[in-house]
Design a binder for this molecule. Sequence first.
Ligand code: PMP
Ligand code: GLN
Length: 390
Amino acid sequence: MLNRRMTGMGSTIFAEMSALAAATGSVNLGQGFPDTDGPREIAEAAAAAILDGRGNQYPPGPGIPELRQAIAEHQQRFYGLTFDPDSEVLVTAGATEAVAAALLALVEPGDEVIAFEPYYDSYAACVALAGGVRVPVTLRPPAFRPDTDALRAAVTPRTRLILLNSPHNPTGSVFSRAELTAIAELACERDLLVVCDEVYEHMVYAGEHIPIGSLPGMRERTVSISSAGKTFSFTGWKIGWVTATAGLVAAVRAVKQFLTFVSGGPFQYAIAEALRMPDAYFRGISAELRGRRDLLCAGLAEVGFAVYPPDGTYFVTTDVGRLGDADGVRFCRDLPHHAGVVAIPSSVLYDDPDAGRTQVRFAFCKRPEVLRDALARLERWRAADADRVR
Ligand code: PMP
Ligand code: GLN
């Protein structure tokens, strides 16, 4: 029944693999969500807001003023960027709605949208919803660096915008200043908009996160998107935001109004407090996740995966070709039954099915004992497999 515009819109793999994890009692290193909730005081702030009657009725369309102010302060504190909380900040139902509203607002039917593949699953769907044409530029292992020459070659007179994601899900690539500068120069030269999904901004282990909107000429053409889900480990709350010029925010708001109108009233109060936590909290996120990244990367390499250690996000991409499997989708559908572990086949996040055929993504936003359990399961599976072959 699905209309033609939406066919090939992306995959439902995240939900499928979480359901498979539940059905098989597997350790779920697939869908990216932490197994530990965020700070207790922030949960209490949400509970207090509900009980005090703050946000229980429709909050203001652009988001409550306290949260818009806190988002503006966050952009100033971490990046020295100044946004007017009244006209240049918009609260959304997670980054997901921000991406959807931005693309629906800014893409005309037939416009081309360039994005680096593999890409987060909602991008393809939202480009399709907007009637746009997605134009992938491939990030390739081992380093998954953006090829800015290929990006330049992909621009045509129909190109409307570049949809970026750095730190990048699923590869963990963090775009460097030089790479972002090349992208920014191209955007300025060809008069393109840039929508940048920065939800992993506080999860960086090498290099630094640089908002492309901070580069020369980019403020007026960048829509920056982030979310509280990752930073504060409350992925179920779905509080996201957009920062951009007043004109761009007004365009995105015009669409957002008819997608959800508003959402998450009491959670908005809690996230306003969360965004004002001390620098140590934000530094702590990467410090803690770095250890988990190292644990999982080393363990997976030990088991026999080719591992591409990420510079950011809480995902690691591996290659299962070495384990004798030529197809990541089949590998991931079998793995819960063989080993009791769930992962995501990255090939579903590519337009070019061959590009990532043997790539498999594991999430490390889990307690160390859970990661160790997953590794022990994988080791047992490989050992049993080796015995069978002998
Ligand atoms: N963008 C990327 C790159 C993501 O990985 C996610 C993760 N869920 C989202 C957007 C969606 O964020 P949210 O849960 O805030 O909608
Ligand atoms: N961002 C998370 C991931 O990449 C969740 C995705 C989803 O459930 N749509 O795994």
